[in-house]
Ligand binder design. Structure first.
Ligand code: 3PG
Length: 213
């Protein structure tokens, strides 16, 4: 897969809904009901971070849920990419980007949303063909004013800001011309997941899905 093809696929995923839930799932039994709740609430694109021992199994379970698009987040190494692809992830997300990681995603036909936090990092990714990027860690790195500042010199790059984004500041980002969607964990809080409050999560997802952009 070429970087241009990856960006086209990433754009399609980022335009499915205003928010991509960022999920840290500790219990495999939570995978199916959590994905069902989020998809039913109107958030079909899900990022499962590779930060728990069961993350790959969670991806495999969530990939079975109709209407969902399950990606693997926190991709750091070529092995992560191979594991995510085998588990059934249809896209990948990384906090930053290295040549080894980009090579692995291209070789494994896994569309990647690569992370960037500066004009130079974004330009380097654009040179390689990645025009859809994750802006991480969004709030800590300058937030919506930073991204707005990039939109004039680099209008051809579109972003999914993630990190510190919540219901209260999501619209600051979604109103920008260079933002396709935002990522965030607030739609699947640990407390509700642990309590099995799937209806509560569906409601949070519906609220997020109705954010204007
Ligand atoms: C993460 O690193 O877990 C993601 O960027 C999500 O960040 P958040 O918990 O601030 O939404």
């Amino acid at each position: 897969m070429t970087p241009n093809e990856a960006s086209t696929a990433a754009e399609r995923i980022c335009t499915l809904a205003p928010v991509v839930p960022v999920l840290v799932v500790k219990n495999i039994d939570h995978a199916a009901p959590l994905a069902q709740s989020l998809v039913a609430g109107g958030l079909p694109a899900l990022e499962v971070t590779l930060r728990t021992p069961v993350a790959l199994e969670v991806i495999a379970e969530m990939a079975k849920i109709p209407g969902g698009q399950v990606g693997a987040g926190t991709l750091l190494t070529p092995q992560d990419v191979e594991n995510a692809k085998k588990a059934g992830a249809t896209f990948g997300v990384s906090p930053g980007a290295t040549d080894r990681l980009l090579d692995a995603c291209e070789a494994n036909d896994l569309p990647l949303l690569p992370g960037a936090t500066s004009a130079s990092e974004s330009m380097r990714l654009l040179e390689r063909g990645y025009s859809v990027q994750k802006f991480f860690p969004a709030e800590a790195a300058g937030g919506a004013p930073f991204l707005k500042s990039l939109s004039s010199p680099l209008p051809q790059i579109r972003f999914c800001p993630t990190g510190g984004v919540s219901l209260t500041n999501a619209t600051d980002y979604l109103g920008l011309p260079n933002v396709l969607c935002v990522g965030g964990s607030w739609v699947a809080p640990g407390g509700l997941v642990e309590a099995g409050d799937w209806d509560g999560i569906r409601k949070l997802a519906a609220e997020a899905a109705s954010l204007p952009r």
